[in-house]
Design a protein around this ligand. Structure first.
Ligand SMILES: [Zn+2]
Length: 239
């Protein structure tokens, strides 16, 4: 099992770890700061630096089939480290931070558009959500204004854990119909944006909404009779 360090602190850019296993599909470490692809957020990239100074490029991160191990996929042709080797794992932080900003902005978007979410994706300083918004006419400028107003509140983003039973007793917490919160481990991670949003989520977020930077609504597309895809784009750097 890989200890997911990113879950308690999404701001870790570097961490030491031990190679536990070398699987054909990736390197398994005892602990990692690399977020594995899931919940609409892509897997992290970065590098593993060995004691002799050699660098292994990580091109993607995914969960193993049991979702307990996390696999770091190396660039093609990389030499493989030996099990037991010590590595310094270093994130492609520019990329990850853009995703943290985009991911947190999508939480705010669910507060601006309080409709069931049927899909979504986190990109690099951009993202999209699909809403079952029915016949409601969505206005780009109005959505952007509301979104930027929430960003401007610089609200604190925090997390806490609740039991599966507590979640089952509060089904209203689940806004995303396509991505079921991971239950079965007995507890579920809740992300709260102070005074704005509360929902189960396993992704990586910024600490305060002000870090998201300026947002625009890049497009609204019809995905079905009652379904709309809303794309947002963020300024390349935080405000
Ligand atoms: Zn989230």
């Amino acid at each position: 099992m890989t200890e997911p360090l990113f879950r308690d602190d999404a701001y870790l850019r570097e961490a030491e770890a031990i190679v536990e296993a070398v699987d054909p599909s990736g390197i398994i470490l005892n602990r990692t700061i690399f977020y594995p692809q899931g919940g609409g957020q892509p897997g992290d990239r970065g590098e593993l630096i060995l004691d002799d100074g050699s660098r292994l490029v990580v091109v993607n991160t995914t969960y193993g089939s049991d979702r307990r191990a996390i696999l770091h996929t190396l660039a093609e042709g990389s030499s493989l480290p030996a099990p037991g080797a010590r590595v310094l794992a270093r994130l492609d932080w520019d990329l990850r931070f853009k995703r943290m900003r985009a991911h947190t902005a999508l939480h705010l978007l669910t507060a601006v558009l309080p409709y069931p979410v049927t899909g979504g994706a986190v990109g690099d300083a951009e993202g999209r959500l699909d809403f079952d918004s029915g016949e409601v006419a969505l206005d780009k400028a109005e959505i952007a204004e509301k979104l930027n107003s929430l960003i401007g509140r610089n609200a604190a983003v925090s997390m806490r854990w609740i039991s599966d039973d507590e979640l089952a007793a509060n089904p209203g917490l689940v806004k995303t119909m396509s991505v079921k919160p991971p239950t079965g481990t007995g507890r579920v991670r809740l992300i709260e944006i102070d005074g704005i949003d509360l929902q189960p989520c396993g992704g990586t977020h910024v600490r305060r909404t002000g870090e998201i930077g300026q947002a625009t609504v890049a497009g609204i597309e019809k995905k079905g009779r009652l379904n709309r895809r809303v794309r947002i784009a963020l300024s390349q750097n935080e405000a």
